[in-house]
Design a binder for this molecule. Structure first.
Ligand code: FES
Length: 97
């Protein structure tokens, strides 16, 4: 199954301050078969949050807002295409296209 994925939404202190709780809630409000959404401990990228990591793709999104979650769900989790403009540049500097 192509969509057997895990979405990890950091819920540690710094990301929480940046709104990670509502980001997690937004993912939970849009359940997709085969995709597991979990709260994560610190992903080690504090200050760039809320951080979202999609596995096994190893795709990182930074500064995610709850109103952007639907786009990740539709384009990435359902459509299998990364949301380029939201990628965390530190880990995705080469794949801007
Ligand atoms: S608190 Fe989210 S990456 Fe550290």
């Amino acid at each position: 199954m192509p969509n057997s994925r895990c979405v990890r939404v950091c819920q540690n202190r710094t990301c929480r301050k940046q709104g990670a709780k509502s980001v997690l809630a937004a993912f939970e409000a849009l359940p997709i078969p085969g995709v597991i959404v979990t709260a994560s401990s610190c992903l080690g990228q504090c200050g760039n949050g809320p951080m979202v990591l999609v596995l096994p793709d190893m795709v990182w999104y930074c500064g995610v807002r709850s109103n952007e979650v639907a786009l990740i769900v539709e384009q990435h989790l359902i459509g299998n295409e990364k949301v380029t403009q939201m990628l965390y540049k530190r880990f995705h500097s080469g794949d801007g296209k």
